[in-house]
Write a protein that binds this ligand. Structure first.
Ligand SMILES: Nc1ncnc2c1ncn2[C@@H]1O[C@H](COP(=O)(O)OP(=O)(O)OP(=O)(O)O)[C@@H](O)[C@H]1O
Length: 578
């Protein structure tokens, strides 16, 4: 929690004044038993004076009203500081997560990140509010009640110390056992988040494979696991109340018993007993508050640790240079120099010994079996990952020397999975260039062969896109994603298996339109289809993370066995030669 205190910087006033208001309320509360004792001893027993009793009653009402006003102020400051800090933590987390590279996002995991932004931040936020309201008040009430009890009768106050010690011991034993379980509960919540996410997003696949029962069993197992741990924690916490009440009740009996003996002996007044019982009750309530506060702080501590884990995760792909650099003349558009890459340093290389150059405006086809490293290779060009060895150059400069914005602006990327965002088609088309005109958008839609179905929609560019684009077919989504990438006329267009959901005629029409309309653009097409890249200026053939061959179709068909096998598995000899 301490590490997150920076988010309270803007709320110093609230953090100081809030607890002070609560302290003021606590001081007033400590006077209540004294006034009550006075009513009994002076107003009733000594003076038999109704007016005195009413006056003192008025003092009680005044104390209560002032205390309530003070508590309301504290509540206001606590809410302001906690909501404000929570909002800033969420914003900072979101900013930081966006600065992380794909490697860190992969290892932290989306469901866990969502739980950290939502549930964990809420926990911390709630803890801030409760600490402002109760962290100073509860100990103050406990210590204040003990002092007040001592001031009434020093010997009787020993009962208070004994009871307070016993309750503190109970708290310690219960907490030391339940605290580790809270961290486990958070982890199990993460797991449920992961399963729920998979189930909701993969809902259609689950139904198609009739896997509802298996998935239900998986959800049941995860929720039962969470329930078991939560019940264990609750059982431990539930012990707190009966034990503390038992100790307090015993202490109250002792106070009444010894108090009565003292009153009979003339050493104490009846009102003192009432005041002592009242202080004992205040101690009990404050102890229960401390117990709840410790539970809350434990949970918040576990949540804060998970939030800090995200903040402490440094992006492995960091921006080294923030100044724009200019393109070097007479250099290839893209160059790979003996590139080696692996996702984790202790695993096998996903790519090794990759060297090739691509000239400006060329169309490059990247082909190979599944898992051969095609997507990995292209993800190194916009620097989604850094190479483990060797260098990737764009316009003659190492990609690591570019500011992120300058580098990424060069690209139009169509990822393997077509991702659209909720909004209108126009909103989605303006992702890279918010100033894109309708004319530019329509041109991109035409090249991507998407204009035919967009024009038929009643609202055209203003048609709604549901979350993930699920109101469009797979092929339509792909074409919209391609259009989005070409609206801003990027220098380099990367199409990662982006024609997979298109029929052969649309695939061919799209490539023809691209060749005619995007002449200066360097196009990289990752595909499994030989026909898609047959006419490319350069074809890279990948096999097990290595370059099995590079060149044009005819020469590769002659020389490269892997390429020939791929082509012949898809096309006849005549089609290959066409
Ligand atoms: N984020 C990741 N973390 C760890 N390993 C990964 C990751 N992405 C891919 N890999 C591994 O890297 C290898 C190459 O994967 P890649 O996605 O580049 O292949 P591909 O040729 O594009 O396959 P496909 O044609 O099936 O999309 C595979 O063995 C895969 O398991």
């Amino acid at each position: 929690m301490i590490k997150l205190r920076r988010f309270l910087k803007g709320y110093k006033k609230e953090v100081i004044i809030g607890p002070l208001c609560k302290l003021f309320e606590a001081i007033l509360e400590l006077f209540v038993p004294l006034v009550m004792a006075n009513i009994i001893d002076v107003g009733i027993n000594e003076l038999h004076d109704t007016e005195y009793v009413l006056r003192m009653g008025g003092v009680l009402v005044l104390l209560a009203a002032t205390g309530l006003t003070s508590a309301l102020f504290c509540q206001y400051f606590a809410s302001k500081a906690s909501q404000g800090a929570g909002t800033e933590i969420r914003r900072a987390l979101f900013r930081h997560i966006n600065s992380l590279s794909h490697a860190e996002l992969d290892s932290l995991g989306t469901p866990s990140l969502i739980t950290r932004i939502t549930n964990d931040t809420n926990q911390v936020q709630q803890n801030i509010a409760m600490c402002i309201r109760l962290l100073t008040r509860a100990p103050f009430i406990i210590i204040g009640s003990l002092i007040m009890a001592m001031s009434i009768n020093l010997r009787m106050s020993l009962i208070f110390f004994g009871a307070a010690l016993l309750i503190a011991l109970t708290l310690y034993i219960v907490m030391s056992r339940s605290v580790p379980l809270y961290a486990a509960v958070q982890k199990k919540l993460d797991k449920i988040g992961l399963i729920s996410r998979e189930n909701l997003s993969g809902n259609r696949v689950i139904r198609a494979f009739s896997k509802q029962n298996t998935e239900k069993a998986r959800v049941d197992a995860a929720t039962e696991d969470l329930t078991r741990t939560s019940v264990r924690v609750s059982k431990l916490s539930a012990l707190l109340s009966p034990i503390t009440y038992l100790v307090t009740d015993c202490a109250i009996i002792a106070i009444v018993w010894f108090g009565a003996v003292n009153v009979n002996a003339g050493g104490m007044k009846t009102g003192d007993i009432v005041a002592l019982v009242s202080y004992m009750t205040q101690i009990l309530l404050a102890m229960v508050v401390v117990a709840n506060l410790v539970i809350l702080m434990t949970k918040a501590g576990a949540s804060a640790k998970r939030i800090n884990e995200v903040f402490e995760t440094k992006p492995s792909v960091a921006e080294i240079n923030h100044d724009y650099i200019s393109a070097k003349e007479n250099t290839p558009k893209i160059e790979f120099r003996n590139v080696r890459f692996n996702y984790s340093s202790d695993g096998d290389d996903e790519l090794s010994g990759i060297s090739f150059t691509v000239k400006n405006g060329q169309t490059v086809g990247i082909i190979g079996g599944t898992g051969s490293g095609k997507s990995t290779l292209i993800s190194l060009i916009p620097r989604f990952y850094d190479t483990s060895d060797g260098a990737v150059l764009v316009d003659g400069n190492d990609v690591r020397d570019y500011p992120f914005e300058q580098l990424r602006k060069k690209f139009g990327i169509v990822p393997q999975q077509s991702v659209l965002f909720s909004g209108t088609i126009r909103d989605n088309m303006k992702w890279q260039n918010p100033d894109a005109s309708d004319e530019e958008i329509n041109r991109a839609l035409q090249i991507a062969q998407a204009a035919e179905f967009v024009d038929k929609l009643p609202n055209g560019l203003d048609s709604r896109v549901e979350q993930g684009g699920k109101n469009f077919s797979g092929g339509q989504r792909q074409r919209l994603c391609i259009a989005r990438a070409i609206v801003s006329q990027p220098e380099i267009l990367i199409l990662d298996d982006s024609f997979s959901a298109l029929d052969f005629a649309t695939d061919a029409a799209l490539r023809k339109a691209l060749a005619e309309n995007a002449k200066g653009t360097t196009v990289l097409i990752v595909t499994q289809r030989c026909s898609t890249i047959k006419n490319a200026d350069l074809i890279l053939v990948l096999s097990d993370g290595r370059l099995a061959g590079q060149g044009r179709h005819e020469e590769l068909f002659e020389r490269c066995e892997v390429y020939r096998d791929i082509c012949l598995s898809q096309l006849s000899e005549t089609e290959v030669a066409k």
